[in-house]
Design a protein around this ligand. Sequence first.
Ligand SMILES: [Zn+2]
Length: 442
Amino acid sequence: MKRSTGAILTIASFMRVLGWLLAIAFGFIAGDRLFAQSDSALGLKRLTQDQWTIITDMPIDREIESWPKVLDQALLSWCQKWSIDPVEARKWPLVIHWIGDRKLFEQAGLLEGVPPFEDGLQIADKVFLREQPSVYYRRHLLLHEATHWVMYRAFGGGGSPWFMEGMAEIEGTHLWKDDQLTMGIIPGDASSVPHWGRFKRLAESTAAKRMPSIKQILRYGNERENRMDRYVWSWAACIYLRNHPVYGPLLGRASAAPLDYSMKLSEEFEKSLSARWDWVERDWKLFVDDFDFGYQPESNLVAIEDVAQGIRESGLSEFTLDTDCAKGWQLARCYLKAGEQVEIHAQGTYVVRSANQEAWESSPDGITYEYHRRMPLGKLLGGFVSTDTSAPLEVFGVGKQAVYEAQRDGWLLFRVNEPVGQRLDNSGTLQVRGRITSSRPR
Ligand SMILES: [Zn+2]
């Protein structure tokens, strides 16, 4: 540095350095207050603040230092959401075992009576966590296991396996920004949740035709086989069912405290849905087809039960539908019997992307500039959901016009082709007209 840069700069630099020194000193003091720390002969560190204790062989980084703050906020949020007395909850101790080298914990006798586990485990007031490939995912696992713990403490259990894991996954999926925790998010994109991979796993499972029915998910047990698949499907089912206008309140009743870990919750919930199982499975298929980064249950979740019943009885042979290009599946007033053909025409222009004061206009054939699921962005899609619940949701390209022939009895739906998280900036509608023309010659 040249001397001629002047005294003012030097003073400014000095003040800045002094500021840093003060910040470091304050951080250090605050850090000291945060944790009472002790080391064992084996090199295990034990850190305690309030009700939280962390035992680890891993280096104490800023992330670990933030955990008491993360857990304080998580606990407060659970108390508010689930009407737990915060004074009582503050008395519940939690010991977090953050494990790098498992052998050290075994030697210290900390894993006695602990069954084998892959990533994480909760037993009473203890949670056990293995090192994870990203800081995000490490915190995700902490919140997942802490959810099991708080449910055990507040409700006596987590409920049937799918509910217990689904709830832990909902609460584990979080945003930690500027020291503020938000749990229960559906991420807007993959970059905010490194190594989380839930949507990827759901897509792979669906592509491999392994998408389970809701009935199968409700009957999940605790077996370790296909564990991750069961976790992600349990998470998806929990989001679907808790947010559904008809099934959400029924699940609320079946999952009211006290809870245990048996199949009781599933059995009660199943019983309350017995008259409408087919609808549960139909809406589930529509949900899974759309469920992706940026999904918003309040605006994207489709419940067709009431309207679809009426359409089946109406016997109409023609329909029109103003399809909102910002929305997910929209039901047409059209019920098809197996073998019937419907002629579909669509028109209109609508915006499928607005960015940098530029609007991408699309017509029903879509924009071939970009593709999603191998079809042009913005193209009009048809969906067919059958009365036969074992049949998957059929999705087909419509564009300006198409003829669809039903292989089974069922209902027609429409939407434009675009990932759910990118539909928010869409505007406009397309007019869809349809006419049932003929039966298939037999
Ligand atoms: Zn779990």
